[in-house]
Design a protein around this ligand. Structure first.
Ligand code: NCD
Length: 313
């Protein structure tokens, strides 16, 4: 089953790069309608009779629960697992076989897996669309879609902004997806990381060469002080081969009152969450702290995606 471009109906969503600008705009528009629905009646039955399966081979709170909540709000049903040690994969079943079997039980699979590229593998045996809910250090397209939705809500536009992507740019799949989404809409990127955790070179080259945006790299956090958006996920502990290396970088950048005192008034702080030490709770009460609003937008945006994949109208 091919990935999406144009309409999302009956398509899989593996990478943000599968989506053209028009399709992302449609998702954002539909998300607005879903936000209205959430704030009004709160639910509908447009996906009544449809079943979504969540296959989570890695930990998750927001992604799995917001997908499940989104499906329930649209009248659909949910099956799935969040602990693969209780499934046949613990007996040695391949991902391909699991996906083939569950395709007969559900209309859509939402899969999170520790291996980059796992979803492309899964697609080969899938009989229904798959949404990539994070594949190792690869992609996390639905996170990027609600990150974009959040930026649009907060800033009124997705083009011409200065966005600082901060921290573990090597392993962060949310960063990898969001960078392409922002580039597509013409926002400029400042990539802030220690030298050891830079964004993969081929990705930087692609962003620089193919999108006509400015891409700067910095080890210092200073350029973030004047950015429109500072996006700072946690250091991705589970992706470090050397735990000492993680300890060294965990608090390399910290957004706290000291940072916010110097930052521009317009600067908003975003994170896919969970946070560890990189965003101090002392800034939670500031209007610039957008990460909890961002997490809440996961619901309407995932409702929009589910509706667009599972329903023709
Ligand atoms: C992110 C992920 O799993 O990639 N979490 C999420 O989906 N909101 C980011 C992270 O774990 O740091």
């Amino acid at each position: 089953m091919a990935a999406a471009s144009g309409s999302l109906f009956n398509k899989s969503l593996v990478s943000i790069k599968d989506l053209d600008k028009k399709t992302i705009e449609q998702v954002l528009l539909e998300s607005n309608k879903m936000l209205e629905l959430c704030n009004g009646a709160g639910h509908s039955d447009i996906l009544k009779g449809k079943i979504m399966a969540t296959l989570f081979f890695e930990p998750s709170t927001r992604t799995r629960l917001s997908f499940e909540s989104a499906m329930h709000k649209l009248g659909g049903s949910v099956i799935g697992f969040s602990d693969p040690s209780h499934t046949s994969s613990a007996k040695g079943e391949s991902l391909a076989d699991t996906v083939k079997i569950v395709s007969a039980y559900a209309n859509l699979l939402v899969i999170r897996h520790p291996m980059e590229g796992a979803i492309n593998e899964a697609l080969k045996s899938a009989g229904v669309p798959i949404i990539n809910a994070g594949d190792g250090t690869g992609q996390h397209p639905t996170q990027a879609l609600y990150d974009l939705f959040t930026i649009k809500q907060e800033k009124g536009t997705l083009s011409g902004l200065d966005v600082a992507l901060v921290g573990d740019l090597k392993h962060g799949r949310t960063i990898h997806s969001l960078a392409y989404g922002l580039a597509l809409f013409g926002s400029n990127l400042t990539l802030i990381s220690p030298a050891q955790l830079r964004m993969p070179e081929q990705m930087v080259a692609e962003l620089k060469d193919n999108y006509g945006i400015t891409v700067k790299q910095s080890e210092s956090l200073d350029p973030a002080l004047s950015a429109d958006v500072v996006y700072i996920p946690r250091m991705q502990k589970e992706r470090f081969s050397d735990p000492k290396e993680y300890e060294r970088f965990a608090a390399y950048y910290v957004i706290n009152n000291k940072f916010m005192d110097k930052a521009a008034e317009k600067t908003i702080i975003m994170s896919p969450l969970p946070r560890t030490v990189e965003i101090h709770p002392e800034i939670d009460g500031l209007k610039n702290a957008a990460y909890f609003r961002q997490a809440a937008y996961g619901i309407p945006v995932r409702m929009a995606i589910l509706k667009m994949i599972l329903s023709k109208d």
